[in-house]
Design a protein around this ligand. Structure first.
Ligand code: LRY
Length: 234
């Protein structure tokens, strides 16, 4: 049954999706122990990428989401990484709720078919998030089968974020454009191309492959990696 609250939530989601259509989402993340891992720095990076035309920012951890939400009007795709192996991207319902509470309007969660640490299924997690909040859920997937299962489980958006980082697909040097094409051809929710997009030309190719929006992180916001690419070329 549709309630007034759910109608308002779906109108908000439709507006948000429209704002993302064809746009660039920039992931602004610094990893534990790195010099730039500071909510104030993340906020300045987020402000800079919005100035450059990002339609949304992807921000990790409650502290960073809270800091960015206070200063940046662009929508936040929030996530919380717990560890770096297995199910580590917003692994539980509680992590997802904390990220939304901090100010994200979309929560990115592990969208693979692997067992989750809190014992909930992906479908149960998404159902709870939809019933308790007005937020949209982005499922970070590693394969076509993940994306199909995530869309079936109620994800509002699916992404290629985990391609090459689970056992299902080999990581290439660049983005997994084949997976973008496969997902676009198979699921009826928006597909975000994310992962190893290094150049404007690759971002454009992802759009041509059918991506609804394109998310770039390292190539824009991680100076240590970018410096390494240049150093290696010399
Ligand atoms: C696999 C994983 O944990 N990806 C993370 C997800 O938030 C980030 O470390 C990436 O920077 C992000 O996906 C953007 O990708 P790229 O930095 O390649 O443009």
């Amino acid at each position: 049954m549709t309630t007034p609250g759910s109608t308002a939530a779906s109108a908000g989601s439709a507006r948000l999706l429209e704002a993302l259509r064809g746009g660039l989402i920039v992931s602004c993340q610094a990893y534990p122990g790195e010099p730039m891992r500071d909510p104030r720095t993340t906020t300045q990076v987020a402000q800079s990428v919005v100035r450059g035309g990002a339609v949304a920012v992807r921000i990790e951890s409650p502290d960073d989401v809270r800091a960015v939400a206070a200063q940046v009007e662009a929508p936040i795709v929030g996530l919380w990484k717990v560890g770096a192996e297995g199910v580590y991207i917003t692994p539980t319902l509680e992590h997802a709720l904390a990220i939304l509470e901090a100010g994200a309007s979309i929560v990115a969660i592990d969208g693979t078919r692997r067992a989750r640490p809190d014992g909930l299924t992906l479908a149960e997690t998404i159902t709870e998030l939809h019933s308790r909040t007005a937020a949209m859920v982005m499922a970070d997937c590693g394969s076509l089968a993940d994306a199909e299962a995530a869309a079936e489980a109620g994800a509002d958006v699916v992404s290629t974020t985990l391609s090459g980082y689970t056992s299902e697909r080999q990581p290439g040097p660049g983005p997994d454009l084949d997976l973008v094409r496969e997902m676009v051809g198979s699921v009826d929710v928006p597909v975000v191309a994310e992962g190893r997009i290094r150049t404007p030309s690759e971002a454009a190719q992802a759009r041509q492959a059918g991506a609804y929006a394109v998310c770039v992180g390292t190539a824009i916001t991680h100076p240590a990696s970018i410096t390494g690419w240049f150093r290696e070329a010399l």
